[in-house]
Design a protein around this ligand. Structure first.
Ligand code: FES
Length: 88
């Protein structure tokens, strides 16, 4: 039995990156050094992972065209397209 995780490929704003299967979208973003990917509506403050357990909604991101997905809860899949303001 192999303990090496299967690798998947996702796109971050059209940039292809590889990750381990089973990682959350938020984990992939943090692994790529992206700490914020959206800004607040009223004050424009940068947001990314905060609670990491689905409670705060700070980590909202667009996944496969579906906006407002919690990056900390969504398990990444091969060929997933993840969009956000990765320069936030
Ligand atoms: S980091 Fe809080 S809901 Fe995702």
């Amino acid at each position: 039995m192999s303990t090496t995780p299967r690798r998947i490929t996702v796109t971050l704003n059209n940039a292809r990156v590889t990750a381990d299967a089973g990682q959350s979208v938020g984990a992939i973003l943090m692994g790529e050094g992206i700490k914020a990917w959206r800004t607040t509506r009223n004050e424009g403050k940068a947001r990314g992972l905060f609670c990491g357990i689905g409670a705060c909604y700070d980590c909202l991101v667009t996944i496969d065209g579906q906006p407002n997905q919690r990056a900390c809860l969504v398990e990444a899949c091969d060929s997933m397209n993840i969009e956000g303001d990765f320069d936030a």
